[in-house]
Design a protein around this ligand. Sequence first.
Ligand code: MRU
Length: 345
Amino acid sequence: MFKTVEWRNDSVRLIDQRILPDKEEYLDFTTHEDVAFAIRDMVVRGAPAIGVTAAMGAAIGARAINNGSNGAFMEEFDKVIATLAEARPTAVNLFWALDRMRTLALANSDKTTQEIKDLLDKEAVKVYEEDLTINKTMGENGATLLDDGDTVLTHCNAGALATAGDYGTALGVIKAAHLAGKRISVLADETRPWLQGARLTTWELMKEGIPVQLICDNMSGSLMRKGKIRKIVVGADRIAANGDVANKIGTYMVAALAKMNGIPFYVTAPLSTIDFGTESGDYIPIEQRSPSEVTSIMGKMSIAPEGAEALNPAFDITPNELVTAIITEKGIARAPFTESLARLR
Ligand code: MRU
């Protein structure tokens, strides 16, 4: 089985998601600047995986700081955190993980800088290990919502590749149901423009032996209307306190059509993806990526005239009224989400 992210003591090893499924290659990143690049350039992607990688990047950055006074260490460590925080704006797990590392360093300011560095190393591994456990629990919680024989639509990649590994979030629900003996088949949206669904979700599910069929993004509405989709399960990059969900661009269209066709629309995310400090989706920053991702297929083949302009918002907001339930490691939340999510905190 592949490893999404791996702590190697003096480096972070990542499977290069930019070239999957053509090549299964691993890259080692030895500085926090390089880790920030890996996140920005999407060597690693998916909200929980970004959080885990950032925690490891912070530990690596801390290590490179000269042992001096604690005040000078914290000043340098804040620069490390700032560099990593600039990598991508939408997935809140990035900021959650960096805040956790910074808070730990501050809480141990009475220790030597070497001791603080050792604690940060251990914390990064803890963030990784916790993510694995949380995903399994989430999967088991969510599997109760799937029935034998269901065809489930998913969008983007919310599997092992989007997390520390193993279960993933939305795909964890499908995997847990599959392991429980339910016959689940999956329809995977290709997820233009970066093709996370085509390249990553189908690859993962085929490796797991879970039946999957790839569809273009513009096919799901018609399939819903024809009764070919029983349930929808997606992940999230950030969920506001009121249950509005930021997820991969195209999720909103899927959710709106699900509502219109009476199909349950489930979101699976760990509590680290819930941004209780953000009141609604209106305040979630949406990453704008290069138009070249839209005007070409993975930078390989141009599909628009030379010089064509394009828009490339990487995420959209699904308003909470379109969400049937949010599956977390602490349980399943339903409307009204402001109250139900707060209870799980
Ligand atoms: O741009 P990406 O590939 O990082 O976006 C990822 C997604 O939108 C996933 O659906 C989301 O992070 C949930 S993954 C557990």
